[in-house]
Design a protein around this ligand. Sequence first.
Ligand code: SF4
Length: 476
Amino acid sequence: MSEHRVIIRRCNDYDPKLISKIIKEGMEELGVKPFGNVLLKPNTVIAHPEIFPYAFTRKEFLDGMLEALKETSENIKEISVGERCGITIPTRFCFKNAGYPEVIKKHKAKTYYFDEEKSVPVKLKKEGRLRDRVFIPKSVTKCDFLINLPKFKAHPWTRLTLSLKNFIGIQDDRHRLVDHNIHLEEKIADLQEVVQPKFIAIDGIIAGQKMMLTPEPYPLGAIIMGTNSCAVDTVCCHMVSVNPKDLKHLHLTSQRGFGPMNLDEIEVTGDFPLDEIQKKTKDFAFCMERIDDYFKDHKAVSCTLGKFPEGREYCWGGCPGSLQEAMHIFKGVSPDVEDKMEKVRVVIGKVDKPLNLEKGEKVIFAGDCTSWEGEIDGQKVKIESSYKTKTQVDEGKTKSNDMLLKNFISMIKCFTLGKKRFIHAKGCTISVADQVHYLSFLGKIENPNYDKRLFFGVAFAYLRMKVSLFWNIIRN
Ligand code: SF4
């Protein structure tokens, strides 16, 4: 019998009772008995029932997990649900929109919003690590038993987001965006050293295709369970016919000794055979495309790419991906955005050639690694790179990446442009929210950040988040 077992169970409905039964049987088969401080980490990168309905672990899944937990655990001190959602939006907002608070209350669990607590350094020792330490919320360092509850989704930067990638959400914004660039895959491998989940249950009932914030739904009808992130992610790769070696963070994490990435070393059980799933998922869609190819037929956005830093061929973990996600958000809010938008060129990397701009075409020089010299409207323009290598970035002295501050800076940049038709957007990486600001301003389209379905809820959650963060800091 193999040391690593992964269970794939059929489940076509978001029925909490059915999910609970399946997870309980999975935990018993795997001999999982949670104890002590149990922390559940779902994927709530973003959540909204209308705008982002398929991006997050569903509340029925969390409900089923919490119910199963009651029946299988021993000597529990605390059960909690913790997360830091994405793109600098307060986690409170996403939890509310995912419907989590009532489920958490029903099961008398606690909530940890990782953006509302202090982060502490954790030393890393594994050979091949990117950094010697990372910063993690206290509640994560305190937990005895971490249960990982990812959403099964394609990802435009890392191909798939499963168990390993879900740990990007254990860092607050100040630390999450450090190395969220050409080093993203190594960063994900680093995070596995901080804490390894003792049980993983992936919500693959309705999986997500192509994008991570605005995925297209795919009725996969599966719950995947295991006790080792590498083993679970390897099996999930095979479910959608991806070579596990192409999931770079899986390859790196496995090389560091955290688990297998070879199917021969994993026992796959359950009632949903892998070959049947592979036949079913032949049309599962990904979106791992360089942005110059991706936008080549777009009516409004075009891209000029140059050389990327540190000899990399492309930056899969930073500005190019956030541009793609931003454009998908516009499309989600307004499907005909391509027809309405004015032309915008996005320039990324060290570019040594003329831009040959069309009349009136605007330009975003995106990211710290971007440089270019030439003339725009008869004026000399020199964009200089301020890119810092990994060793030049001190993870202990990071910027806050506060949502309001970042919004303010990007809006000031836009409103003080005058007659210039270009912006140099700084950051490594530029967040999706910033990309949205710049694209809406230069492309003259509605800014989804001010969509009333988002704006008031986000603003209220932001205020509550700030008060709670202040309180938690003075209390500890
Ligand atoms: S500035 Fe952007 S594109 Fe350049 S390395 Fe950083 S994240 Fe990547």
